[in-house]
Design a protein around this ligand. Structure first.
Ligand SMILES: [Cu+2]
Length: 495
């Protein structure tokens, strides 16, 4: 980030919002019905554009917040694309600054990926053709302007993206949209006393990423979803700038994870809790046939440099731990995310099978080469790059290609993290996790990923089947958006 801009936003951030007031406001507005975003079918049609627009939304936090959205005041429709078809989403920029739409998790060439080089100027229209050939999965899309991704996504420029695979059928899986198949876009936000979204960067915020004390799901404060009295599938997307969630149910009931970033797991995986880092997705199925209302809750985020010594800034000045955590409702510090009220009849035919069909296959084979990706912050980053956030000793430079990857070759990337855990994301593919901190990771537990929370070191196998040129390279970066904007990003070609 350029220094002049950093100082400007720092000055406005000094007016630290009163969290005490906003926590009380969040409590009083919680429990509104969960908004279910409309589905926009982007396969084979170009007549319903995504329009990047500005909005003013009353989140119930004391006033109207200035927001951004795709075709709606905040967030965007759920885009649906089908495997084997060409999707033709259209982006129109009706704002007075540049935006993009990056198809996060989509295996598409760099030329249509929506990265920083594809910045769409005000008034312009972009109509990429996306050849969809990957397993069914829950992806998302968001703006990806270098240095502005944090504030733009924070204000609302993101949405969910579903890949359907007509050839892979899992008849028993809950799939009735809004009844037993529920989109859950989780974000934490800071509101000031006037109910306005607060975004500002001081040094601690830049180092830990912006955390908020109010939880939004699909743009509503800690809402309540009326769902089927049966098996309910939650498509969880962490669309927060920096917060890592540890999700579980308040009554301790277990659930099954059925999908990760790249699509369905080979078999449902029984879990009591699930860690979801920024940009990660997971699909879970929870059994609500007992008719009891439950609350999806999260433990506080403990991911902080120096054990939280540097915490503070926008999130409060207490230091240590998750100082911006929403109000705790249980002794272990868990806060509410989403209430589920099973008051609708369950669709017929629900059953969770022993195995799941049509998921991604692992990347296998002897790697042709190894590559190191060191996600650096603080002294390590400064030493190499003179910037507090960097990768391999270099801060992101739009004019520099960091490396070239031969198309179709399997590579082993060793990703390491510095000072705290970083959610590592790479464009254009889904990868297989081999090991984390030296321990082998079974494919059944992770499936294929495009985001991995690296806490120490991880070995991943990657292969890129689509091209990315010098003009429109692929990005690899930390998905804590303040880290990405601040320089913890690089770019590469595939040819
Ligand atoms: Cu990071």
């Amino acid at each position: 980030m350029d220094r002049r801009r950093f100082l400007t936003v720092s000055a406005s951030a000094l007016a630290t919002p009163s969290l005490v007031g906003t926590r009380a406001a969040a409590r009083s507005v919680a429990g509104q019905p969960l908004p279910i975003p409309p589905i926009l079918d982007a396969s084979g049609r170009a007549d319903a554009p995504l329009e990047a627009i500005a909005g003013a939304v009353d989140f119930g936090m004391g006033g109207k917040a200035k927001t951004l959205g795709y075709s709606q005041p905040y967030l965007g429709p759920v885009l649906r694309m089908r495997r084997g078809e060409i999707a033709r989403p259209v982006l129109k920029n009706r704002l007075d600054f540049a935006v993009t739409a990056h198809w996060h998790g989509a295996h598409v060439p760099g030329a249509v990926d929506g990265g920083p080089q594809l910045a769409l100027a005000p008034g312009k229209t972009w109509a990429p053709e996306l050849e969809i050939d990957q397993p069914a999965a829950t992806l998302w899309y968001h703006s990806h302007i270098h240095g502005e991704t944090g504030p733009q996504v924070y204000r609302g420029l993101s949405g969910m993206l579903l890949i359907d695979d007509p050839d892979a059928s899992n008849p028993g899986l809950p799939s009735t949209w809004g009844i037993d198949d529920i989109p859950v876009i989780i974000q934490d936000r800071l509101f000031d006393r006037d109910g306005v979204l607060a975004y500002g960067l001081d040094m601690p915020t830049m180092m830990h990423g912006l955390h908020g004390s109010t939880i939004l799901v699909n743009g509503a404060v800690q809402p309540n979803a009326s769902v089927a009295r049966g098996l309910v599938r939650l498509r969880l997307l962490n669309a927060s700038n920096a917060r890592v969630y540890t999700l579980k149910f308040n009554d301790g009931r277990g659930f099954h994870q059925i999908a990760s970033d790249g699509g369905l797991l080979p078999a449902p995986l029984a879990r009591d809790a699930l860690v979801l880092a920024p940009a990660e997705r997971a699909e879970i199925v929870v059994d609500l046939s007992d008719g009891a209302a439950v609350r999806l809750v999260s433990l506080p985020d403990t991911n902080a440099a120096m054990g939280g010594m540097m915490r503070g800034g926008m999130g409060g000045m207490m230091g240590g731990g998750d100082s911006a955590a929403p109000e705790a409702i249980t002794a272990d510090g868990a806060f509410g995310v989403l209430d589920l009220t099973p008051d609708k009849a369950a669709p017929a035919g629900q059953a969770l099978a022993q195995s799941l069909a049509g998921g991604p296959t692992p990347i296998t084979g002897d790697p042709v080469r190894r590559r190191q990706v060191a996600l650096q912050m603080g002294p390590m980053a400064m030493r190499g790059s003179g910037n507090p956030l960097a990768i391999n000793g270099r801060a992101y430079d739009m004019g520099r290609i960091d490396f070239d990857v031969p198309r179709g070759e399997v590579e082993l990337w060793e990703v390491t993290s510095d000072m705290m855990a970083h959610p590592f994301h790479v464009h254009g593919t889904s990868f297989t996790v081999l090991s984390e901190n030296g321990k082998t990771v079974p494919f059944q537990q992770r499936g294929t990923k495009d985001v991995l929370l690296v806490d120490g070191s991880a070995e991943i196998l990657v292969r890129f089947d689509k091209p990315a040129t010098r003009e429109t390279p692929y990005m690899f970066h930390c998905h804590i958006l303040e880290h990405e904007d601040g320089g913890m990003m690089g770019q590469f070609t595939v040819a």
